[in-house]
Design a protein around this ligand. Structure first.
Ligand code: 3PG
Length: 212
């Protein structure tokens, strides 16, 4: 799948809801009820970060939840992309992009949402065929002001900003013409996961869904 087609696929996913929950799952038993709560709250597109030992099992369990579109996050290498694909991930998200990762996702038919934080990185991804990208780390890199500035010379690039976004500042990002959706962990806080507060997480998802 060419980078252009990958971007087409990730942009369609990013259009499904204003927020992609970024999930760090420590307990495989949390995966299914968490996915059900987020989907019920109106957030069907889920990013499970490959940062915990059970992340791949969590992806497999969540991919079976009706309505869920599950991708892998923190995909750093070709090996990560292969493992994510085998676990059932239908897209991959990376904080950056490397030729090896792009080559692997292209060969695996795994749509990649690659990360960029500067004009040169955005231009490099555009040159490779990616129009849809993640701005990471959105807050520290310059936030909504950076996205506004990038939209001048690079209006063809579309973003899912992630990193430092919460219910309080998501609206400012979502109002920008080059922002398709935002990513964030605030809809699935660690404390709510520990206490298995699925109703609370569904409520946070509902609030996030209403952001746009
Ligand atoms: C991440 O990869 O951790 C994401 O950028 C999530 O960032 P957040 O915790 O600031 O939402």
């Amino acid at each position: 799948m060419t980078p252009a087609l990958q971007s087409h696929a990730t942009q369609a996913l990013c259009r499904m809801a204003p927020v992609i929950p970024v999930l760090v799952i420590d307990d495989p038993a949390h995966a299914e009820p968490l996915a059900r709560a987020l989907v019920a709250g109106g957030l069907p597109v889920l990013e499970v970060t490959l940062r915990t030992p059970c992340a791949l099992d969590a992806i497999s369990a969540m991919a079976r939840v009706p309505g869920a579109r599950v991708g892998a996050g923190t995909v750093l290498s070709a090996h990560d992309a292969e493992r994510a694909r085998a676990a059932g991930a239908t897209f991959a998200v990376s904080p950056g992009a490397t030729p090896a990762l792009i080559g692997a996702c292209t060969a695996l038919d795994l749509p990649l949402l690659p990360g960029a934080a500067t004009a040169t990185e955005v231009m490099t991804l555009l040159e490779q065929g990616y129009r849809m990208m993640k701005l990471f780390p959105a807050g520290p890199a310059g936030g909504a002001a950076l996205l506004k500035a990038l939209n001048g010379p690079l209006p063809m690039a579309r973003f899912c900003p992630t990193g430092g976004i919460d219910a309080g500042n998501a609206g400012a990002y979502l109002a920008l013409p080059n922002v398709v959706c935002v990513g964030g962990s605030w809809v699935a806080p660690a404390a709510a996961l520990r206490s298995r507060d699925w109703a609370g997480i569904e409520g946070l998802a509902r609030e996030a869904r209403a952001l746009r």
